[in-house]
Design a protein. Structure first.
Length: 333
């Protein structure tokens, strides 16, 4: 099979991102899972499952998914990354769907009980926030809801979505590496501009009238916002330290040559694996570089060296920035 076109990649990525029943997130409320009557909770889980299964069936017919499925390199990379044989998303869902619903019901009930206990001990002003949608977004209960509406193949879908996005950039954005190298050269100016903007924001928020207006517009309806002055001070401190650190280490591409696009592809896949597996999975990346249409494949050792460099650059930047932050706190600057 030939490499799918840009439109097909865009549609596939949109389908992958839309495979979860995101529209149902706010229907999952702790009180539903605290009830002794499990019918409402089971109905929610069943409707989410039905939606996700339909999306899986559409993905099985997607041109990009079919193309990936025809590539031996993808099969081998997936097996190396997951240490299991590859299965279609719909097969995963069918095989473990009943068990998945049972597990999610149990986990959601546990998380709902924790949220209820926290609510019982919350301050009166904090209770106001519970009437707004999305209040559980970043809680343990919200995490369990994300798992439930994502379906049993959520991890697989996110992995393939990341691969598809990285490949789309490689195939259809030949200037991506050049643009990153250009931004790297301007990093000092960008940091200086950001610092200036933050200091202007601090002055704006420090105005007693504008500050009060922003507090009133806060979605939780209480006199605290995400833009509190101490948070702005923290951001100013971070950017000030970044200005004194080797910020160029944050950029994966410096030189432009015959392998720039492939090195950027390796970086995208490396980042994906760090998020998904908390590991480089360099062997799986090297296998993906054998996919149809990759102009300059790299061997495993080259990919491993690149991944090690990406990780070392990130570690060095983090350590130097943190050291500067500690020094600033000690000196009171």
């Amino acid at each position: 099979m030939t490499v799918p076109n840009k439109n097909e990649f865009d549609q596939c990525i949109a389908r992958l991102k839309g495979a979860a029943a995101e529209h149902m997130f706010d229907e999952f409320k702790p009180k539903v899972f605290l009830s002794t009557d499990e019918s409402a909770a089971l109905d929610l889980l069943q409707r989410a499952d039905e939606f996700v299964k339909q999306q899986y069936r559409l993905l099985d017919e997607d041109p990009v998914m079919k193309w990936l499925g025809s590539q031996d390199a993808f099969d081998r990379a997936y097996a190396r990354a997951f240490s299991i044989r590859r299965r279609k998303a719909n097969e995963n869902a069918t095989a473990i769907q009943g068990d998945f619903r049972t597990r999610m019901l149990h986990r959601l009930r546990e998380a709902a009980a924790m949220e209820d206990a926290a609510k019982q001990t919350a301050r009166e002003e904090d209770l106001m926030g519970y009437q707004f949608p999305g209040i559980y977004e970043h809680t343990r209960f919200g995490l369990r809801v994300r798992q439930a509406i994502g379906g049993p193949a959520k991890f697989y879908i996110e992995f393939v979505c990341g691969i598809s996005a990285a490949l789309a950039e490689y195939y259809f954005d030949p200037n991506a590496a050049k643009e990153i190298a250009t931004r790297k050269k301007r990093v000092d100016a960008v940091i200086a501009e950001s610092l200036s903007a933050l200091r202007t924001l601090k002055l704006t928020l420090g105005d007693e009238f504008l500050g009060e207006a922003i507090s009133a517009l806060n979605y939780k309806g209480r006199p605290r916002t995400d833009f509190q002055l101490h948070q702005i001070d923290r951001q100013i401190e971070l950017f000030s330290n970044l200005a004194r650190a080797p910020a160029e280490l944050a950029y994966p591409i410096a030189r432009i040559d015959g392998t720039s696009r492939e090195r950027l592809l390796v970086f995208r896949l490396y980042n994906l694996n760090r998020v998904q597996f908390r590991a480089n999975k360099s062997e799986a990346i090297a296998l993906l570089l054998q996919l149809e249409g990759i102009e300059a494949p790299m061997d495993g050792r080259t990919v491993e060296r690149l991944c090690a460099k990406f990780r070392e650059d990130s570690r060095q930047l983090f350590n130097q920035t943190r050291a500067l932050s500690v020094t600033s706190q000690i000196s009171g600057k």
